[in-house]
Design a protein around this ligand. Structure first.
Ligand SMILES: Nc1ncnc2c1ncn2[C@@H]1O[C@H](COP(=O)(O)OP(=O)(O)OP(=O)(O)O)[C@@H](O)[C@H]1O
Ligand SMILES: [Mg+2]
Length: 159
């Protein structure tokens, strides 16, 4: 059963995405089965994986969240999990920001990501969730789904 680790901080540009990326590949190098989830509409982790145009990806985490909001059937994992050099990932795109505003109006919406990740737990040792720099409904979803949190903090020498 996978341990779900969310990488978060309300501050921008502190290395959440870089830490998610490095942690995912470090664990994969140790022989672990890793799924990285880009849970930020900026889609920086998605581009780290080499996806040039996240907006053109047919099924992203935003689509999966929208599916759950509308009580639609989840697609097969083969339709939304991509793989690069031994690490699986679920891409993101700007579409996730549309989900963010819808989530605010739904009761019990903090468990939408949990519902997406729970069926995938059996397939991985670690699921790493990269989040956006705010304490909105998306970050609350990531906190609810996670077993553990990683809070990166870059400190320059003049700080
Ligand atoms: N350990 C590090 N040391 C120095 N620079 C770093 C380190 N980790 C990341 N960076 C650089 O800091 C910048 C911000 O990193 P990153 O995109 O991972 O931050 P983030 O917290 O995900 O940002 P955002 O809040 O916008 O999602 C990038 O240019 C990245 O290359
Ligand atoms: Mg980031």
């Amino acid at each position: 059963m996978a341990r779900i680790i969310m990488c978060g901080s309300f501050k921008g540009g502190v290395g959440k995405t870089a830490s998610s990326w490095n942690l995912a590949y470090s664990l994969a190098e140790m022989g672990k089965r890793v799924l990285a989830v880009d849970f930020d509409s900026q889609a920086n982790l998605t581009t780290c994986f080499g996806v040039e145009d996240p907006a053109a990806v047919p099924v992203t985490i935003g689509h999966l969240m929208m599916n759950r909001l509308e009580d639609e059937k989840m697609p097969d994992p083969s339709e939304f999990i991509q793989s690069r050099n031994g690490v699986d990932f679920i891409p993101s795109s700007m579409m996730l920001s549309a989900v963010d505003s819808k989530l605010r109006m739904e009761m019990g919406s903090e468990k939408m990501l949990t519902g997406i990740l729970e069926p995938l737990r059996g397939l991985y040792d670690y699921i790493i969730v990269d989040t956006c720099p705010s304490l909105g409904t998306l970050t609350i979803n990531a906190l609810t789904a996670a077993d553990e949190g990683l809070l990166p903090s870059i400190r320059s020498f003049w700080q």
